[in-house]
Write a protein that binds this ligand. Sequence first.
Ligand code: DP6
Length: 351
Amino acid sequence: MAHKASAIAPANIAFIKYWGQKDPKTFLPFNGSLSMNLSDCTTHTTVEFREDLTTDEIQIAFEGGAGASHAGPVENEFAPIRREDGDKHELAFAQVDRVKALAEITAGARVQSRNNFPADSGIASSASGFAALTLALVTAAGLNDLVKNHVALSTLVRAGGSVSAMRSVMDGFVEIAMTADGADCEARQVAPPDHWLLFDLVAVVNTTKKSVSSSAGHLRAETSPHFAKRLEDLKIRLPQCRQAIQARDFGILGHVMEEDALSMHQVMQTSDPPINYFMPETVALMEAVRQWRAEGLPVYFTIDAGPNVHVIVEESYVNTVREKLAYFPGVQRVIINHPAQSAHVVDDHLF
Ligand code: DP6
């Protein structure tokens, strides 16, 4: 048994979004989704099993101050999270329990995890966080079959409570496909990272923790009168998105991703109670992207469960769009991502 292991995992940006859980106990989504792994939004996690520890300890460091108001962590400093804090914190401890039970480990676990981007603000931090945690856990536990089998690893990641993290354990462009009866789902690679050099320029307008967690939001999706129509539309939109990626058709991909982001936010805004993740800067950026497109620039947007805007371009327009975003009122920083490899084991330990 390795005892100590580290992993780095990417966040991902969904072009077709997962929103809504059919079964909150097994974290079964209502619909399939498709995303690109992000090169520059990553989580680095180290796990060590130690006989001298009587309880499990998890410490997290956030970048950009996000989360500081929630569980106590200050920017860039490690701070403990607690099981009692619920939501993803409780799920992280439960994932430690799950892997320990699988490997029949009785020792305590020490976990440190560091994000290089703001958490909880619509840059899928739970995806990179749960993918890195799970891979570091199974590696340290010596569960080698899981380390090598990414389908099984993604299933374990979902059991841990993060559906979006299933897409961070395969390289490049990844789909979560529902089974025909809708009773299960599986992660599949659509294309490797070098298939298409797309860029996701994340225009960061706010890094404070979102008011409604996506875990809570998923449970409200069904209360929206627009949700059933969204699921119906996705039967066409998801294959369209997959084919656009396979054919490297930027126009179709862009159209489909904007349509899907707006459809998800419509469901959020019409849920009971409603959820609004947009800020004035979010809306201004959406308008600007449409305007730039009308002026001939091939550029599209998508937005996750937060106010930050992901602006998608092909390689030849990265610098033009980055300049525009950098000087855009309210944009604090721009994170530039290209398609990335999935969660992987690294030698570099955090402690
Ligand atoms: C809007 O990022 O919270 O990013 O950990 O699976 O609950 P889970 O993921 P979370 O919700 C994803 C919502 C989304 C869309 C997406 O990434 O598909």
